[in-house]
Design a protein around this ligand. Structure first.
Ligand code: OAD
Ligand code: ZN
Length: 257
């Protein structure tokens, strides 16, 4: 059993508003590759930064479509892990928890989290690159990128690419949650992609206690109040257990007085 600082445990127990930012690291234990890990097989020769851009799509739409199709299949067959489920528990135990995610895999929703802001979209959805029409179904064709039923434009994943702006409503809601929370968690994210990375700094500037849970130290680490390095699927369930797991511990404490 991990031990957590007592002041953090007490603070979490009393917290009314908590904001959580997650990144690809929380899905690593579900078997999904993080963004900055080496890619597998066929895709090893490309950098994600060279595939997830409008420029890449304009240059070679089929290449980008196929990369997303590959990742979509991986996301579809993945299951949420203990870290996702611990965040579902936390949402039930804390009066107001906002889960801000950079992940496009939909695993937080699948796990059962409700108050989610998907800053980078969802890989399971597509939209037209020309007219923006959302599409839930399309006909896959091994030779070419599927086209919009309305205007004939190429379909693309409904995610945010490098060089693109984040959905305004989601970003505004994320900033609001960040500035009004008492505790801010940064979990499984390398903290290098803005504006998501700036949220932790904003939380700190507004006086929130900032907690990092990540496999390794990040550029954010020196700025946080508490850093726990290890797997989120192990640390988060332990944290939930330490804070809320044995509520009756206080009764037994009393009886020893
Ligand atoms: P990264 O791949 O940059 O970072 C993942 C972080 O998770 C790394 O710091 C790992 O050390 C850590 N990690 C790995 N396994 C972990 C585990 N089991 N438990 C905890 N931490 C673990 O992914 P993101 O920070 O999510 O944006 O990347 C942010 C954005 O950059 C992505 O959403 C994507 C990319 O550009 C877009 O596509 C727009
Ligand atoms: Zn269209």
């Amino acid at each position: 059993m991990m031990t957590f600082p007592l002041d953090l445990i007490h603070f979490l127990k009393k917290a009314a508003r908590v904001a959580v930012l997650t990144g690809a690291g929380v899905s690593q234990e579900s078997g999904l590759r993080t963004f900055r890990d080496a890619q597998a097989g066929l895709w090893a020769q490309y950098r994600p930064e060279d595939l997830a851009t409008p420029t890449a799509f304009a240059r070679d739409p089929k290449l980008v479509w196929d990369w997303y199709a590959y990742r979509r299949e991986a996301a579809k067959s993945a299951h949420p892990n203990a870290g996702h489920f611990a965040l579902v528990e936390m949402e039930k135990l804390i009066p107001e928890l906002t889960l801000i995610t950079q992940n496009v895999d939909g695993l937080h929703r699948m796990a059962g989290s409700k108050n989610i802001l998907e800053l980078h979209g969802n890989i399971l959805n597509v939209r037209c690159s020309e007219c923006g029409t959302f599409a839930e179904t399309w006909e896959d064709d091994p030779e070419s990128v599927p086209r919009c039923k309305k205007c004939g434009g190429l379909l693309r994943p409904d995610v945010v690419w490098f060089e693109e702006t984040l959905p305004r409503d989601q970003l505004e809601a994320a900033v609001h949650a960040t500035r009004t929370c008492q505790i801010f968690f940064s979990i499984g994210t390398s903290g290098v992609v803005h504006p998501a990375a700036a949220l932790a700094h904003a939380a700190k500037a507004e006086g929130a206690v900032v907690v990092e849970v990540n496999a390794e130290p990040t550029p954010l680490t020196p700025r946080v109040d508490y850093a726990f390095h290890g797997k989120s699927g192990e640390i988060l369930p332990e944290l939930v257990k330490s804070v809320w797991g044995n509520e009756n511990r206080f009764f037994s404490d009393e009886s020893f007085k």
